[in-house]
Each structure stands twice: as C-alpha cells, then as structure tokens.
Design a protein around this ligand. Structure first.
Ligand SMILES: Cc1cc2nc3c(=O)[nH]c(=O)nc-3n(C[C@H](O)[C@H](O)[C@H](O)COP(=O)(O)OP(=O)(O)OC[C@H]3O[C@@H](n4cnc5c(N)ncnc54)[C@H](O)[C@@H]3O)c2cc1C
Length: 434
C-alpha cells in the first residue's frame, strides 16, 4: 500500500457517492484512501417483514454503487455476516496479512431502533480496537435532536404543523443551507459522471489491501441469485443515476403536484420513495435540485412537494423520539383494541378481492408493482382497520413485505395515522368511504 493510513466507509442506507456526507469527510481526511464495506446482516434479512422485492432493488443499487466506486478509484467489499462478525473477521485478516488496521471507520447515522443499538455497540467495539469512528447526518436533512420544542407541554412535538414550523426555521439556518448547497455540488458531480467525465476521487481498492478477488463479489452474486427467483414484480432501474433521471423527469410535473397527487389514476407524484429509502437519493438532494423552500416565488406544487418532504422527516422524528411505536400504538388509549382479525377478510384484502374497486385496485397495484399511490394507501389502510377491523399491524407487515419503498418510520406512521392510533392521526371516528 502507498500509505499506511486509510479509512473504511461502512455503507448501510446511504447507497450513493454524490453528496454522501461521511464518505466525503473520510475522503478529505484520508486524501482519497477510503474503501467501502457492506455487511449482509442475517438478523436484518430475517426480519418478519422482509421483502424480496425491496431487497432486489437494494441489491441492484449496491451493484451500481460498487461500479461507481470502482470507476472513481475506490471499491466496495461484501461480507456475508453481521457487522459485529464482519469487522472482527476483516480486522483479523488484516492482522494476519501484517496490514495496518484502518485509522477510521465512518458511517452515516440511521434512526431505526435496531440500527441505533447496533451503531452504539459497533462504535464501542471500534474504539476498543484503537480505531477512530466518525458518523454524520445524511439520510435526513434536519435531525430529530435539532428540532427542540421550547413551548409547553415539554417533550417532543406530536403534531405535524408546529413541528413543520420549527423544521422550516431550522431550514433557514446557515448550517442547514450549507447542507443543501453540498448536495447541489453532489448533483453536479453526478451529472458530470453520467457524461463520462469521471474524476479520480479515491486512491485505494480492496485488491491492494487484501489481494485480488477478495472483495466478496461471490457473496453478492449468491444473494442476487437466490433472491431473484423470489421477486414478484418488475424491479425499477436502481442506483444514483436512475434517481437523478427521475429527479430530472419530475421537474416538469412538480408545478402540478398539488392537484395531480390527489388523483390515483394520474401519474402525478415523484416516485422518489424507492430511492429515498436506500439513500440513493435524499430529501436534501431533491430540495437542492428544485431550489425549494427559498425566497424564490414557489408554485403551489413546489410548496406542497416541499411539505411532503417535511412529512417524511416527521416520520423519522417520531420513530427516533418514540422507538416504541415500532411495536405498539403511539396513543396508549388504543393499545388494547379487540380487533376481529378475520383471516378470510384479511386474505381477500391482501389479494385485492374485497369487491370494493378502489381497495382492490390499490392492493393489486401493490402486489403487481411493489408500489401504491399515497391516496390509495390511505384508503386501503382505513378499509382494513375500520371496516374489516383487522389490526393495523397486520396491514403494516403486509405492506412491508411487498413495498419496494417499505420504510419502518413512514409505513408505521402511515398505518398508525389511518388506524387513528398514531400521533397527529385522523380521529378514530373518521372513516374513508371506500
Ligand atoms: C398506510 C401508509 C403506508 C405508507 N408506507 C410508506 C412506506 O413504507 N414508505 C414510504 O416511503 N412512504 C410510505 N407512505 C407515505 C407515502 O404514501 C409514500 O411516501 C408515497 O406514496 C411515495 O410515492 P412518491 O415518492 O411518488 O411520493 P410523492 O407524493 O411524490 O412525495 C414525495 C416524497 O415525500 C414523502 N412523502 C409523501 N407523502 C408522505 C407521507 N404521507 N408521509 C411521509 N412521507 C411522505 C416521501 O418520501 C415521498 O417519496 C405510506 C403512507 C400510508 C398512508
């Protein structure tokens, strides 16, 4: 190796190079001597709501990421174990090969309860090995701890409107504006990369560290092969370049978003959710690309779209402040509802055979494409919980099994909203007319 010091970037749900906060900092600190690591964590893959559709999109995104990293002078290794075992085995391989350990390991923060515990544990472990750690904000634009409620009652926000007001205040600060500007730079890099103008940003690869053919590509291929046969839908094009393409396509539709988003038969929404889920696109990039939330006069569509992105951040805020919502009702009053949970009705709902056209159309869209329009998600969720009296958690799980954009924070918020068990949810007596 040219220099003994180098760093590892641990990729999780930040599958992009453009504007990747921790990766960028490591690159600067280590003069481009940074390589990527990805662990196929079996615990995560064995989750009760695992989706082959979503995993395939994730795998395709990983493949695009590896190709991009290689093109710009870095690389990505795949390990078939949890990060605990993976880094341990990687470090002992390095020691056996008389290679220095990385000086730093960096990652971008994750807000899901499982991930937070994992990261705390790994941070301690790295430190015990004498390896520095660095973690950055990346997945969301304004982090939960930055939204501080100064008014009574004390405690986190529970209602979207005051949260959103505070978020917008925070958005105007120099610090957050710098974050957006950094994403604009990232998009510039990505456009140039697409044109074939490929910069040499990094200067280290796994061949150099471990020897040829030890980058775990065989592991990746095995996962791809095993998963591909279980995929039920056509997987959309994945990766940062596909996200950029979609970002550019939606520009012509954003001004009509406020009205078009209410009509499920119209293809009037961004379809960004699949990319946002795995970090091949971020809220900040969309804001930077469209110059949203600035002094510039914004169309009603742009304003609405900006507000939807804040809803997204609200979902993460709620999960981060109240991790218990992963397994229980946010509102304790609705924790012990006696649901009917009729299996036959639930099955008919899943298959799109309830006899209610809009419900059935939505469920069939989900089953055949891995995506469903927001308005229809609201209708089918209301129908399952308030007409069929099936526990919202059953619907939540089914969505997670099918959705390519399935995301704990947002899916949970959506279901608890529809079932009226969540924070700032619709009142329990409001039932959508299917
Ligand atoms: C029952 C239910 C379950 C849901 N499950 C998920 C999920 O698992 N993953 C997911 O990403 N979204 C979920 N949503 C929110 C929303 O329906 C989707 O984000 C949206 O339909 C995705 O399509 P789009 O990207 O074209 O959205 P657009 O309408 O173009 O919106 C742009 C972005 O804003 C955010 N956004 C839009 N609406 C919401 C909302 N109501 N809450 C939070 N963020 C929003 C999303 O990140 C979305 O990609 C759920 C909503 C409900 C009612």
């Amino acid at each position: 190796m040219k220099s003994p010091t180098y760093a590892l970037h641990w990729f999780r749900r930040d599958l992009r190079v453009a504007g990747n906060e921790a990766l960028h900092r490591l690159r600067e600190d280590y003069d481009g001597r940074v390589v990527g690591v990805f662990c196929f964590d079996k615990k995560f893959l064995a989750r009760h709501d695992f989706s082959h559709n979503r995993f395939q999109f994730f795998l395709n995104t990983l493949a695009a990421l590896k190709a991009e990293l290689k093109a710009i002078g870095s690389d990505l290794i795949f390990m078939d174990v949890s990060p605990d075992e993976g880094f341990q085995s990687l470090f002992s391989k390095l020691q056996k090969a008389k290679m220095p350990l990385p000086q730093s390991v960096g990652w971008n923060r994750d807000y899901e309860p499982y991930a937070r515990l994992r990261d705390e544990r790994m941070q301690l472990w790295f430190q015990a090995q004498g390896v520095h750690t660095l973690n950055e904000r990346d997945h969301i634009l304004v982090e939960p701890h930055e939204i501080v409620k100064a008014t009574k009652p004390i405690g986190p926000y529970q209602i979207f409107t005051p949260y959103s007001r505070k978020w917008r205040e925070q958005f105007k600060t120099d610090d957050v504006q710098r974050r957006v500007a950094f994403q604009a730079k990232g998009l510039k890099y990505l456009r140039a990369y697409r044109k074939g103008n490929i910069p040499k940003l990094f200067d280290l690869n796994w061949d150099e560290i471990l020897g040829k053919g030890k980058d775990g590509w065989d592991v990746f291929e095995e996962y791809s092969k095993a998963n591909a046969v279980k995929v039920e839908v056509v997987i959309p094009e994945a990766g940062s370049l596909a996200a950029l393409k979609r970002l550019e396509e939606f520009r012509k539709d954003i001004d009509d978003f406020e009205t078009a988003r209410d009509v499920p038969s119209v293809d009037g929404t961004s379809r960004f959710s699949i990319f946002l889920k795995n970090g091949s696109l971020t809220t900040a990039q969309a804001i930077a690309a469209y110059d949203l939330g600035t002094e510039r006069k914004q169309s009603s569509g742009e304003q609405k779209f900006f507000s939807e992105l804040i809803w997204r951040e609200f979902g993460y805020y709620i999960l981060s402040k109240h991790p218990r919502v992963e397994s229980e009702a946010f509102d304790h009053r609705f924790q012990n509802i006696t649901w009917t949970n009729n299996e036959k009705w639930f099955d008919a709902w899943k298959k799109g055979q309830t006899g209610y056209p809009i419900v059935d159309a939505g469920m069939r869209q989900l089953n055949t494409t891995g995506w469903m329009h927001n308005r229809v998600r609201m209708i089918v969720a209301s129908f399952l919980t308030k007409d069929l009296h099936v526990n919202w958690q059953h619907g939540e799980k089914y969505f997670m099994e099918k959705l390519i954009d399935g995301d704990l924070a947002l899916n949970n918020m959506g279901w608890q909203w529809a079932a009226s068990t969540g924070c700032d949810a619709q009142p329990y007596f409001r039932i959508f007319n299917p």
